[in-house]
Design a binder for this molecule. Structure first.
Ligand SMILES: CCCCCCCCCCCCCC(=O)SCCNC(=O)CCNC(=O)[C@H](O)C(C)(C)COP(=O)(O)OP(=O)(O)OC[C@H]1O[C@@H](n2cnc3c(N)ncnc32)[C@H](O)[C@@H]1OP(=O)(O)O
Length: 251
């Protein structure tokens, strides 16, 4: 049973009121048996009023559009086209935006994807680091490894801080995602209470970055997780994080 405290959960500016805990007949629970955590100990987003989309149900056309818009953002960020061309493209982009603006999805819409090893993972569909429908996300696709998760991402100038380097805030964002995901798949989903980042070496753009999160230990709802970013085999940043799992018991 999800704690009453979490029957009111704020996701950004939206107050999500979950009126009922998960029901025992919910088919969603049957999909969660891949995880080591017993199904009853994992929260069902729908009990919080949050819809769940299956990642493989996202239309190929939307995936392609997301990738195209990501390329557009990169092209815009770096363009030196002449003003007449810019004005023409601006008008076209605005017209296209009007065509696809069907209204926002419900804030907090979740996506469930199955990792390569068969583990199910839940995330928000527009998550800024890994959301599959978010062109502003790099995106980082993490896979299960022993004790946590790992994935590779290559960042362009859209993520630039110092010349040729990834912005420090984005380094923290990648690490936050990795530790959050590691905690989620190894235990159950939670929120980051603390994230300490050590920037050991510059993190380069246009270079495959290996991003890792591994659970170190768990104490009740507290999950201690470490994270690393490596470029060309060298650690560029590391993190120590404390995740707090969504409570499943009263109190
Ligand atoms: C349906 C489910 C959906 C889930 C979606 C997941 C999506 C994931 C996406 C991933 C995206 C990436 C991730 C993101 O971007 S997460 C987004 C960034 N993080 C946040 O916004 C979190 C904001 N903070 C909070 O909401 C609360 O403070 C939390 C939830 C963290 C704890 O408040 P809560 O009232 O629940 O906890 P409690 O007071 O009962 O304490 C419990 C225990 O924890 C210990 N403690 C607490 N805080 C700290 C601290 N700062 N240092 C040390 N210890 C701390 C406390 O002493 C106690 O210990 P003990 O007495 O047991 O020893």
């Amino acid at each position: 049973m999800v704690s009453p405290k979490y029957h009111r959960v704020e996701f950004g500016s939206t107050l999500v009121r979950a009126l009922h805990g998960p029901t025992t007949t919910d088919p969603y629970e049957e999909h969660m048996t891949v995880n080591t955590q017993p199904v009853a100990d994992r929260p069902d987003p729908r009990a919080f009023g949050l819809p769940v989309v299956e990642q493989d149900q996202i239309p190929d056309e939307l995936r392609s559009l997301v990738a195209g818009v990501r390329s557009l953002v990169e092209a815009v960020a770096d363009t030196e086209a002449d003003p007449a061309t810019l004005a023409e493209v601006d008008e076209t982009v605005r017209a296209l935006t009007d065509r696809i603006a069907t209204g926002p999805r419900q804030v907090g819409t979740m996506v469930r994807r199955t990792m390569a090893d068969g583990t199910d993972e839940l995330g928000t569909i527009t998550n800024i680091v890994a959301g599959p429908t978010n062109p502003a996300a790099p995106p980082l696709e993490l896979e299960r490894v022993e004790g946590g998760v790992q994935g590779t991402v290559t960042l362009s100038t859209t993520y630039q801080g110092p010349p040729g380097l990834v912005h420090g805030g984005w380094i923290a964002a990648l690490l936050d995602q990795a530790v959050g995901s590691a905690s989620g798949v190894e235990t159950s989903p939670g929120l980051t209470a603390k994230l300490e980042v050590n920037y050991r070496n510059p993190t380069p753009l246009f270079t495959p970055l290996e991003v890792t999160g591994k659970v170190v230990r768990t104490e009740r709802r507290k999950v201690y997780v470490s994270g690393w970013i490596r470029a060309n085999g060298q650690v560029t940043a590391e993190a120590e994080a404390l995740m707090i799992r969504v409570p499943m018991e009263e109190g």
